[in-house]
Design a protein around this ligand. Structure first.
Ligand SMILES: NC(=O)c1ccc[n+]([C@@H]2O[C@H](COP(=O)([O-])OP(=O)(O)OC[C@H]3O[C@@H](n4cnc5c(N)ncnc54)[C@H](O)[C@@H]3O)[C@@H](O)[C@H]2O)c1
Length: 260
């Protein structure tokens, strides 16, 4: 490739225009920001979440689906793909997270139900989505991006939660770790047609308990928590042509937390 072509690709503002992007967890904090960015770039969006508002924008198709109902998710996707036909990128962002869930508890209070639900949302849904849309994503030579967490690889440092109401349930770390293996499996299976990667953000700054923030930041070489834009830049890179030779990788966005 000539130098001017490399530069042109880098600055190609129209790259995401008319690209059909499926984003799960699109009502969530990161999911809704990702949707906003891709809408601005002219993409057509399929936004999925447990509960999501219908949009009057013709470039958005919103689907409310509860991922703990795995068979229903599969049925809906089979029906829907006849409508949306092509798919370029899939961003698997939904997660059984702390918000609105009463599962952030010490181990003896963690329930098997939450363990299963976390696996269904954080892992099983990603298997189902890639399975149902496999032909379409191969046809468009698309890209899949799975969103993990630093706990895809590390385990929580429970010292950080001492003296706070915060905790980190086993099912969250374990399901995200299994997602890393699924990412590598998908990357191998879909090659050479579809790139599949994962990003693993560190703790995002969201008004957490001050004691926790202080300890977390002290253990982070870059001396701050993660921001949504730190993640969005990497998402744009991994869905763009700039990352065409990267597949099966887990990019850790943690300010260096994992190196200490
Ligand atoms: N917040 C952090 O500090 C942090 C750190 C590392 C990684 N992450 C990851 O980033 C991604 C986005 O996180 P966020 O902080 O924006 O979380 P969030 O809670 O704001 O968004 C997650 C979304 O997933 C959806 N979801 C949960 N259960 C579902 C179900 N049963 N069916 C369908 N959808 C369901 C929720 O409704 C929510 O909109 C997640 O994959 C999360 O694991 C977050």
């Amino acid at each position: 490739m000539k130098t001017n072509q490399i530069i042109q690709n880098y600055f190609d503002k129209n790259y995401f225009k008319k690209k059909k992007i499926l984003i799960t967890g699109a009502s969530g904090v990161l999911g809704s920001k990702l949707a906003e960015v891709f809408l601005e770039l002219g993409s057509d969006l399929i936004l999925i979440d447990k509960k999501i508002k219908k949009s009057s924008n013709k470039n958005i198709r919103s689907l409310s689906v509860d991922f703990t109902k795995t068979e229903k998710l599969e049925r809906i996707l089979i029906k829907e793909k006849k409508i949306f036909k092509k798919i370029d990128f899939i961003i698997n962002n939904a997660a059984y997270t702390g918000t609105n869930l009463n599962w952030i508890k010490p181990l003896n209070f963690q329930t098997y139900k939450d363990w299963r639900f976390a696996h269904k949302v954080n892992l099983d849904s990603i298997f189902i989505i890639s399975k149902v849309l496999s032909k379409e994503i191969i046809k468009s030579r698309g890209k899949i991006l799975n969103i993990g967490s630093i706990f895809s690889d590390l385990v929580p440092n429970f010292f950080n939660y001492k003296g706070t109401k915060m905790n980190s349930p086993a099912a969250y770390s374990i399901s995200k770790n299994l997602l890393l293996q699924l990412t590598k499996w998908q990357a191998s299976y879909f090659s050479p047609y579809v790139n599949v990667n994962m990003i693993s953000p560190g703790g995002i700054s969201r008004n957490q308990n001050k004691k926790f923030q202080k300890k977390y930041i002290n253990s982070t070489p870059l001396q701050r928590m993660c921001k949504e834009e730190d993640i969005i830049f990497v998402v744009l890179f991994l869905l763009s042509n700039l990352s065409n030779y990267i597949t099966g990788q887990n990019i850790i966005i943690d300010g260096g937390y994992s190196i200490l």
